[in-house]
Design a protein around this ligand. Sequence first.
Ligand code: ZN
Length: 220
Amino acid sequence: MENRFKSLSILGFQERFPDDDACYEYLMKLKWEEGFVCPHCGHAKYCKSKRKYDRQCTRCRSAISPTSQTLFHKLKFPILKAFYIVYYVSTNIKGISGTELSMKLDLRQKTCWSFKQKVMRAMPSSGDNKIGDKAEVNETVLGGQEEVEKGPKNNKKKLVVFAIQKKGKDIKSIYRKVIKESSSKELGGFMRTTIENTPDIKTDKWLGYAPLSKEFVNLS
Ligand SMILES: [Zn+2]
């Protein structure tokens, strides 16, 4: 789902998801496009349930929500805002803090922060398709003010490395991973799982990349 969002501009996103209904309809389509099957008893017939978007199995009477087994299950805030968080998190290469999300969406900082963590855990850290054409690699520290406030013992600030696949000037896909340090070992480990050896790879010229140029031949 994050990947589907990446291709939308913010205007395109607003148009596609104007309200909560649009979000539920989107999830219903994803879930039941191929037809309904009750996850409890395998029955394929359903009727309307009390809640607007749920479907009720006509055999075992379970009500199934389109949000079940998704990030959006049992949300305590409007689903549209949750969709926005997914959008912002998956399209902001440098990361977006809970504070920023809180201001944009008029939600509590803690709510934004914990949903953001959920989204990030759900995002692929490496793909089946390694980047084979043109890549950019960089690192950044993620973690907003709210984490710092919890005290010095809290080390929620995370160093994240990104591999960005470029198509012309556009971003085709992004892989990311939390790493311990910007060492060649950590960076190389990540690059091996996300990028082929041959593409043009642009880095921020950090020393940690230097030893990797033997392996990734077009590294600059
Ligand atoms: Zn059933």
